[in-house]
Each structure stands twice: as C-alpha cells, then as structure tokens.
Design a protein around this ligand. Structure first.
Ligand code: ASP
Length: 590
C-alpha cells in the first residue's frame, strides 16, 4: 500500500552524497534500482535522474526491515537516514556516491511498481518496439536519461549564445499555410471554415523572412517542423530545428555566427573544435567524394584519371573519355591483407549498386594484380597506380562513364570501406561548409526545374543573368553545414527583391495565379522595404545524436515515432469518432 508523501522533502539527489556528507541526516526520493538481500543485511540502491545511492537497513530495526523486505525494483521510496562512510572493501569506485551509504532511519513506500518489461538497472539490449512502447521506462535508463540531459544542455547553450549575439527568439505559428520545403504537408482541417485547411509548417521559412521585413533584424527559434515524407530510416515526421535569420547578411555573416556556436556546443561534451571550418564548392564535393555531404574523417578523395586514359591504349576508356565521360578512381591504402574474394566482394557490391568497377592493387611485396584486360600490360597499370599515389598494400578502384555517376558509386564504396576498416573515428569532428550549390535541379519526371534548396534562395549575383539564358547553370547563395558526413544544417541568402522572387516562381513553373494564392502575402511583404537577408536552420536532433555518439536521432528524442511514422506508446495516428469527422466536414452530416 502506498504511503503519502506528507512533508518528505528531498535534501540531496541520489547522485550527490560524498564523504564530506558523512554524519548528515538526509532525505532521498527515488526508485529502487537494485535490491541485494544478503540474509542479515539488506542493501538497496536508490536511483533518481542524478544517480544512484546505496541504502543499508539495520537488521536490528525489525519494523523497517519487515517493510524493506517488500521492496522490488522500481518501487518509489522515500529514505530518511544518516550518511556513513563505507568500509574500504565495499567502496564502489564506479559510482560517484560509491564511498558512502545511507543507513535508513525511516523508509516510506511511496508507490509500488509492476515488474517492468525490461530491466532498468542494466543496459541489456531490448527490442526497439518494446523500448518505444514503454518509453517512460526506457527514459529511466542511463542511456536515454543522459541523452535527455545532454540535449537540455545543448539547447541551453544555444539559447545563451544567440542571446549574447543579439538574436531575439520569436515564436511562429504551427497552424499556418504551406511552406514549400519539398515535402508533403500535414494538414489540419478547419472546423469553422468548411473545406479549408491549415498546414503544419515544414519550416518557419516565410515567417522568419517576414520577421526581417518587420525589422526584427536577428531571429532565432528552436522550433518543431513537420514533413510528411516517405519512410526513411532516420527521419522523423516532426523534428526540431534551430532556425536562424539575419538582416544584412552575406553567407560569411552566417558562417561567422554559426562557427562559434558550434564551438560552444561541442564544449558541452568537452571537445574543442577549431574554426573557421573549411569550405568546399558543391561541384568539388560531388567529384571528390560522390556526395554533397562528404565525411572527411577518412581522407581518400576520389581522383580524376580522365587525362591518363584520354589517349592511352585502353580503348574502352579512351572512347568513354572521348565521348565526354571520364574515369574516376578511389585509392584505398593499407588493405594489402585483403584476400582476392574480399576484392571480388567490393566488385559485387558495386554491381549491387548498379555500377561496374575495375581494380588494380599493389600487394605488400610490391607485386601488382588487376582486373583490367591483361593485354594492357603491367607497365600501364603501374603508371596508373603511381599517378593515383597507390603504394604497396594499396588498392585502386576505378569507375568510368558519366563523372557524377562514377563518383557517386566510388563515394559509396569509399564510405563502406571506411566503416569496415574503422576509419571513421567517432572522436573526430570534421566540419565543412559545402557552398555554391546549383540553384535549380531538373525534375526528369515532371520535366521542369525544382528549387534545389527552396524557392526563396538567391542566385549568385554573377549568375542572375543565367536565369534567362541557362537557368540550370545558375549557382545559388546556398550553403550546407556538414559534420562527419551528416548534413546538420542548411541555409541561404534570400531573394529580397519581389520581382526576382516572382521570376524565380515563374522558372519553377508556378503560375501567376498560384503565386498569388500561395505566396501573395509574402510577395506583397517583400515590396515594403525588405532588407537583404539570409539564414540557416540546424537540425537539432542530428546534432544531439552526433554529440551523444548515437547513430539514430530517435535516441535523443523523448517521444519519437518509428520509421513508419507511428507513436508506439500512444498508438497515434488513430481513428477518430464519426462525430469529430462530421464536425470537421470530413464526413457528410447525416
Ligand atoms: N528553411 C530551410 C530548411 O528548413 C533552412 C533555411 O533556408 O534557413 O531547410
């Protein structure tokens, strides 16, 4: 039977007591973490968010002992007692409170608990479905509890930093109008306006730009965004963004704000990161790493061997290069120990990815083997290996054809080899600004251009004329912040001229009528003295996952959804009553 809390008031958390507290009368409130009944002696560990403290029951105190015998894991208790130093042989160096224990004077049993579906006290693996269903129990375990604490520290640092830089946190609506970030909207039917809908914001993009028109000058918001995207392993239908916008900003102004922020954020986990971060044009990232978010921890840039094969004796490659294609190669050092079947495995992997590679290698003894036609001769292969800088023990993977396709294929192989060879050191943090993105991308299915970033991104000053002549070539004042192969943020300088904005909408095939309907308010706002402005949004979930060394963002979100966009704990989404549907005009009134 549960006893009332009464006047019981915590004096210390379960992580606080130290030898200096010996002799103190204390009150601890928490959960029974573990029970150890050693016959005459009964120990329990009591846990709260801050830690664990060992409690001892005096065997001569029969009343307390009898009550204590009923304790089971996860019962909620109040402990009144005296702190005592543990005997030397029972000191637990792994516990912050491990030098002391509390001798109980009075135990209050505040609540009982069912046996949990998985142990809270140890980190035994549990299926994610069960962890998500009983999220409140999983959150009691060390891993998630410390992730929540970390996330809180990170958001506190972020808020403090932006405040110190003169940014105002302004909230923007959740019930809003569609923002074109490229995903499907979550819609909310209006009860009072039959047939009309709010859209949940995919981002506060239009609002933050309008805040610049409004003279807010420097805006930040830690906000939820909603995107109804197709299922992808590590996406969440609602996620958190650190959303930033600044008036009179060039891309460099944003870099200058974000780099010291990253410095402060990484200090939370005791890491010192160096700024400024390197910058790399999108085209270079795609060519050298086959990705617009290269992981720089493992080196191994992809090389272009097009010139080597342009006039060489290998007819196939000569034709490819002559036809406008190229030859790209990935040198992998220190894999002299790879067996032939391991190398064949890489070839098979390339095939599974829809590509084809040839390879050449220098074994540790300097001998050369390769999958190129034998007729080419070893001399040519050695020349190629020299050119690519492949030393003894190195492997060269070669793909030919369209440059982007070849680099993408080699880029995927690069990452998979780097993972296998443990070249992606989790203690290393390689930041990179990817810049000079194309403004538009061609949508083959719809036969029209789409915005690569979003339609409010400004073209480069030098490329504005291209909008009329060769829009596909225009580059954008857009940038992504990449960390260890993850995009942790993205933003741009915006179009602040209503006419250019309308021209951009034209290019995107958004008719004048649709422009008025969807963005009329925004185009009108732009006409009232809009300062040049730009911004960025950082993905807070991914950032926290990296800081916590977690591979899934679900581990740093208190109540995440599954990859299938379901909340396992509350069973949302769920059906609603016909009455609600009728009220919302989604069912005819009978
Ligand atoms: N609104 C953009 C996004 O959510 C970021 C930005 O351009 O600031 O990706």
């Amino acid at each position: 039977m549960a006893e009332p809390l009464g006047e019981l008031t915590r004096t210390h958390t379960c992580g606080a007591l130290r030898p200096g507290d010996v002799g103190a009368n204390v009150v601890l409130l928490g959960w029974v973490h573990r029970v150890r009944d050693l016959g005459g002696l009964l120990f329990i560990d009591v846990r709260d968010r801050a830690g664990v403290t060992q409690i001892v029951f005096d065997k001569d105190d029969e009343a307390q002992m009898a009550k204590a015998k009923r304790l089971r894991s996860e019962f909620v208790v109040g402990i009144e007692g005296v702190v005592r130093r543990r005997s030397d042989d029972t000191i637990n160096a792994k516990l912050d409170t491990g030098e002391v224990e509390v001798v109980v004077r009075k135990l209050t049993l505040l609540n009982e608990a069912k046996t949990p579906p998985f142990p809270i006290a140890d980190d035994t693996p549990v299926s994610e479905d069960v962890r998500l269903k009983y999220r409140y129990l999983d959150l009691r375990r060390t891993r998630l509890a410390s992730n929540m604490i970390l996330r809180h520290k990170v958001t506190s640092v972020i808020r403090r930093y932006f405040d110190s830089q003169g940014f105002l946190e302004v909230e923007t609506p959740i019930l809003a109008k569609s923002t074109p970030e490229g995903a499907r909207d979550y819609l909310v039917p209006s009860r009072v306006h039959p047939g009309e809908f709010f859209a949940l914001p995919q981002s506060p993009q239009l609002f933050k730009q309008i805040l610049m028109v409004a003279g807010i000058d420097r805006y930040v918001q830690i906000c939820k965004c909603f995107r109804d995207e197709d299922l992808r392993a590590d996406r969440q239908p609602e996620f958190t963004q650190v959303d930033v916008e600044m008036s009179f900003a060039r891309p460099e102004s944003i870099f200058d704000v974000i780099e010291p922020l990253m410095h402060d954020v990484f200090a939370v986990i005791g890491k010192t990161i160096t700024t400024p971060f390197p910058r790399m044009p999108y085209a270079e990232a795609m060519a050298k790493y086959g990705s617009d978010k290269p992981d720089l921890r493992c080196g191994m840039p992809i090389q272009d061997l097009g010139d080597f094969f342009r006039d060489g004796s290998f007819k196939t490659f000569k034709e490819i290069v002559g036809g406008g294609g190229t030859v790209r190669a990935l040198g992998v050092p220190n894999v002299g120990g790879y067996s032939r079947s391991q190398v064949d495995g890489i070839v098979a992997q390339a095939e599974a990815l829809g590509g084809r590679i040839l390879w050449a290698r220098r074994l540790d003894d300097g001998s050369v083997t390769y999958s190129f036609p034998k007729g080419l001769g070893e001399e040519l292969i050695r020349q190629m290996l020299d050119l690519a800088g492949v030393a003894n023990g190195g492997l060269l993977l070669v793909a030919a054809g369209n440059g982007e396709t070849a680099s993408k294929l080699l880029g995927q192989l690069r990452l998979s080899i780097a993972k296998k060879e443990n070249l992606l050191d989790p203690e290393k943090f390689e930041f990179l600004w990817v810049v000079d993105f194309p403004l538009l991308e061609w949508d083959e299915e719809e036969k029209r251009y789409g915005a690569m970033h979003h339609p409010f991104t400004s073209p480069m000053d030098d490329d504005v004329a291209l909008l009329d002549t060769d829009p596909g070539k225009a580059r954008a004042k857009a940038y992504d912040l990449v960390l260890n192969g993850s995009e942790i943020g993205g933003g741009s300088t915006r179009i602040h001229d209503a006419a250019v904005q309308a021209r951009m909408f034209d290019l995107l095939n958004i008719s004048a009528e649709e422009q008025k309907l969807r963005f009329g308010f925004f185009l009108e706002a732009l006409e009232y003295g809009t300062p040049p402005h730009g911004g960025i949004a950082l993905g807070l979930d991914r950032l926290c996952a990296i800081l916590a060394n977690e591979s899934s963002i679900r581990e740093v979100i208190a109540f995440p959804k599954t990859a299938a966009a379901v909340d396992q704990m509350t069973s949302a989404p769920s059906t609603v009553s016909p009455r609600q549907l009728r009220e919302l005009h989604l069912l005819p009134r009978s």
